[in-house]
Design a protein around this ligand. Structure first.
Ligand SMILES: *Cc1c(COP(=O)(O)O)cnc(C)c1O
Length: 386
């Protein structure tokens, strides 16, 4: 297999896919495609919800980046997740899920999937035995769903151990790989059945596109997902597919820089007397640092921290930053900061938030690719005035 960046740049852009030898894959907007005869077999393109040349090219590139056989592109991360659930689960089935999940995923499970009789049991998946215990207890467990690292506490799930217990109980393991990106972690190679991404984040990388991706190796799983991608219809349009392909070509370069900046900012914060605690999988102080070293090739660009002095200080700090933008989302070239308890995770009841470890003063930073010195100066100035 060719190197990561060679795949990112070239897969899906092959000259055989174009009439004119374009170096960059064209955007095919046509919704429908001419046939010579009524009786022509249904091969080639027919209708763009079912398949579209630009989306096909993107799906090849997405698969190549996870080292997967198949890729599928959706109109958002949550559209991808909805399609997985509707394609593979039925009334009465149970999902065993990491208790630290993206809020939108929890909302999808509890407010939408629950209405169709799908149950969710949450466990602390940092310990694979917790997953195994629930799998053994529940005869209806069909799916295990984890993120690693999680949002915003950067907890890790041991994917090899969890894939073993999942497959021994006949459950499908779904891994949300959004935080690590395929550059730093490939869950399929650790035994996962399905990888899902919010491509809105690192994959597109420029905070200008909402998209989702699914990668799998198993052809039966792929056929079911592909059937439902068309049947449900939450597909990524051609223009957005092209924009995502454009972003993916620089994924490796961006991830290297995100990680470089994040590691140094984490160390800088850890050394500051104004900071109470820093959570970053690349720090030796991270309780699962060894697991991160084992199953990831890098630690990505997300970190969380708490200042000395409570929530009001945290608010003053984030409001005093000049370069780092106070905004939700993550994974873009620009640094973004937020307070989960007041912003991205505000919908989780306070007691549950505290139980998970999301305090009122926890700050989440998505480190961008700006010059490190400028980011550190911005942070130091805001710490002073806060
Ligand atoms: C943003 C996000 C999602 C949802 O993706 P959208 O593209 O916003 O629908 C799912 N999982 C994680 C970890 C995310 O950060």
């Amino acid at each position: 297999m060719r190197g990561f960046t060679t795949r990112a740049v070239h897969v899906g852009e092959e000259p055989s896919r174009s009439l004119y030898g374009d170096v960059v894959h064209p955007i095919h907007l046509s919704v429908t495609f001419r046939k010579k005869r009524v009786s022509e077999a249904e091969e080639g393109y027919v209708y763009s919800r079912t398949s579209n040349p630009t989306r096909d090219a993107l799906e090849k590139k997405l698969a190549a980046l996870e080292g997967a056989k198949y890729g599928l592109a959706f109109s958002s991360g949550l559209a991808a997740e909805s399609t997985i659930i509707l394609a593979l689960l039925s009334k009465g089935d149970t999902i065993i899920a990491f208790d630290d999940l993206y809020g939108g995923t929890k909302r999808l499970f509890e407010r939408v999937a629950a209405r169709f009789g799908i149950r969710v049991v949450y466990v602390d998946a940092r310990r694979p035995e917790n997953v195994e215990r629930e799998l053994a207890r529940s005869r209806s467990a069909r799916m295990v769903w984890v993120e690693t690292p999680t949002n915003p506490l950067l907890k890790l799930a041991d994917l090899r151990a969890i894939s073993e217990v999942s497959s021994s109980h006949g459950a499908i393991l779904v891994v949300d790989n959004t935080f690590a990106s395929p550059y730093f972690q490939n869950p399929l190679s650790l035994g996962a059945d399905i990888v899902v991404h919010s491509a809105t984040k690192y994959l597109s990388g420029h905070s200008d596109l909402v998209a989702g991706a699914v990668m799998v190796n198993d052809s039966e799983l792929y056929e079911r997902l592909r059937y439902h991608q068309n049947a449900i219809g939450a597909v990524l349009p051609p223009f957005d597919s092209w924009l995502l392909m454009r972003g993916l070509k620089t994924l490796a370069l961006r991830m290297e820089r995100h990680q470089y900046n994040a590691m140094r900012i984490a160390e800088h914060l850890e050394a500051s007397s104004k900071v109470a605690r820093v959570i970053y999988p690349g720090l030796e102080s991270h309780p699962q640092h060894e697991l991160a070293r084992k199953q990831m090739r890098g630690y990505s660009g997300m970190l969380s921290f708490e200042l000395e002095g409570g929530p009001a200080r945290a608010v003053r700090f984030v409001e005093n930053l000049k370069i780092i933008a106070l905004a939700e989302s993550l994974g873009g070239v620009e640094s973004l900061i937020e307070i989960p308890a007041l912003m991205t995770h505000a919908s989780i009841p306070r007691e549950e938030r505290l139980r998970l470890g999301i305090s009122d003063s926890l700050i989440r930073l998505s480190v961008g690719i700006e010059d490190l010195e400028d980011l550190i100066e911005d942070i130091d100035n805001a710490l002073k005035t806060a």
